[in-house]
Write a protein that binds this ligand. Structure first.
Ligand code: FES
Length: 374
C-alpha cells in the first residue's frame, strides 16, 4: 500500500469555522433533562448559535443562578465529553437541603436559560497523560471520570483504563448501562463496582461493602503502574488515599476532586482571614496600608497587607462574582490595570490569562498599590 498517497496534504483540511467557547461567562440554554437515577438528573446545555464546547475531560464550570433574589454560584464538573462537542452536560444529584441541586432539579427545564462560567480545572486526563489509568469514584463523583472515560472511549484511545465505582445501592449506580456497554466493546476498559448494600428486590453480582485494600488489589492488581484519578465524598477520598499510601503508591500520580466541601471550607477560611486582617489592620500604621483602586467604579480602599483584592472589593460594596474562593473555578477573574499581586491559585486561571494581566481576585494579594478593572 502506498501510504504517502493515502495521507492527505494540508490543503485537504479546512480550519474549524464554528465558534468555540473559552473560559468566561456564557449564556446557555437547557436542551434536555435526563433522569439518570431516582435522585440524579443530567442537564444538557447548548448555545443559541452553533458553538463547539471544547474542554479538557474532567474540567468543571460554575453556574451563576438567581435563587430567591440572591445570586448563587456553584461549580459542577462536566459529565459529557468534548468528543460530542455541540452540547455539554452536567449530572446533578438532588442533595437533601442542597440549595442549588434542589433548585436545578425543581426549576431547570428544557428551554430555560442559564449563565455558566468556565470551563476550568486541572483535574483532567489531558494535563496528566499516562498509558494506564485507574478511575475511582464514589456516588455522583463519577461525573468527571465519566467525561474522561467517554473521551478515551470515543477517541479510540489505547490507554488502559480500570474504572472502579462505588455506589450506595445498585439503583444508585449512575451511567451503569453506558459503562457496561463500553466495557463490553473494548478490551482496554474494565469496569468494577462496589455497592454498600443491596435492597430487597435488587440483584447484584459485584463487590459489596466499601472500597478497601483487598478489593483494590482484586480490581486493579497493577495499581502502582497507573495514574489515579479519584472523585467522591471526602470520607471516600480519605479512604482511597490511605489505601494508596498503604500500598506504597507514588502520590504524585494521584489526583482528586471534590466540590461538595469547597464552598463551606473556603467561606470559613475567608472569614478567619478577614477577622485576622481586621485585627492586624487596627494595629497597623497608615503607611503600611496598601491602596486598591477599582477603575470601573472609580472607588478605592486601603487594606492591610495579606488581604485579597476580592476582600478589598467587598469592603467597597463591589460584588466581584465568586464561587470556590480558592483559585479553582476562575469565577472571580479580573484584569489588573496597574501594580503587582501575589497569586496562589489552584488551576482556575491559564498561563495565557496571567500573561494578559488577569488575576483571580479571591486568591490575589497586592504586593503594593494596585489598580483593578472592575
Ligand atoms: S472564586 Fe473561584 S477562583 Fe476565585
Amino acid at each position: 500500500m502506498n501510504t504517502s498517497a493515502s495521507i492527505p496534504n494540508s490543503d485537504a483540511f479546512q480550519p474549524v469555522q464554528t465558534q468555540t467557547w473559552m473560559n468566561g461567562r456564557h449564556v446557555m440554554r437547557c436542551v434536555r433533562v435526563i433522569d439518570e437515577t431516582w435522585d440524579v438528573k443530567t442537564f444538557v446545555f447548548a448555545a443559541e448559535q452553533p458553538l463547539m464546547f471544547f474542554f479538557k475531560p474532567g474540567q468543571f464550570v460554575t453556574l451563576e443562578l438567581e435563587i430567591e433574589g440572591e445570586q448563587v454560584m456553584r461549580s459542577y464538573t462536566i459529565s459529557s465529553s468534548p468528543s460530542v462537542p455541540y452540547s455539554f452536560s452536567l449530572t446533578i444529584k438532588k442533595l437533601p437541603g442542597g440549595q442549588v441541586s434542589s433548585w436545578m432539579h425543581d426549576h431547570m427545564n428544557q428551554g430555560d436559560e442559564l449563565i455558566v462560567h468556565g470551563p476550568v480545572g486541572r483535574f483532567n486526563v489531558i494535563d496528566y497523560p499516562a498509558d494506564k489509568y485507574l478511575f475511582l469514584s464514589g456516588g455522583v463523583g463519577i461525573t468527571p471520570l465519566m467525561s474522561m472515560a467517554r473521551w478515551l472511549f470515543d477517541t479510540n484511545s489505547d490507554n488502559n483504563i480500570v474504572f472502579a465505582h462505588s455506589a450506595r445501592t445498585p439503583r444508585d449506580f449512575i451511567y451503569r448501562r453506558e459503562l457496561e456497554h463500553m466495557d463490553s466493546r473494548v478490551d482496554n476498559l474494565t469496569l468494577h463496582a462496589i455497592v454498600e448494600r443491596v435492597d430487597i428486590g435488587q440483584t447484584w453480582n459485584g463487590y459489596r461493602g466499601f472500597i478497601d485494600r483487598d478489593k483494590l488489589a482484586l480490581m486493579c492488581p497493577d495499581v502502582l503502574d497507573r495514574e489515579v484519578f479519584c472523585c467522591g465524598p471526602e470520607p471516600y477520598m480519605r479512604a482511597v488515599r490511605e489505601i494508596l499510601q498503604g500500598v506504597g503508591f507514588d502520590m504524585r500520580r494521584y489526583h482528586e476532586e471534590s466540590f461538595g466541601e469547597i464552598p463551606a471550607v473556603a467561606e470559613e477560611q475567608a472569614l478567619e482571614q478577614a477577622e485576622t486582617a481586621q485585627e492586624e489592620h487596627e494595629a497597623l500604621a497608615v503607611s503600611d496600608l496598601l491602596s486598591v483602586e477599582f477603575t470601573g467604579s472609580g472607588k478605592s480602599v486601603r487594606i492591610a497587607p495579606g488581604e485579597t483584592i476580592h476582600a478589598a472589593a467587598t469592603k467597597l460594596g463591589l460584588h466581584i462574582p465568586k464561587a470556590c474562593g480558592m483559585g479553582i473555578c476562575g469565577t472571580c477573574r479580573v484584569h489588573l490595570a496597574a501594580g503587582e499581586v501575589s497569586m496562589e491559585h489552584n488551576g482556575g486561571i491559564t498561563d495565557d490569562e496571567i500573561a494578559a494581566g488577569d488575576v483571580l481576585s479571591c486568591c490575589s494579594v497586592p504586593v503594593g498599590d494596585v489598580s483593578v478593572e472592575f
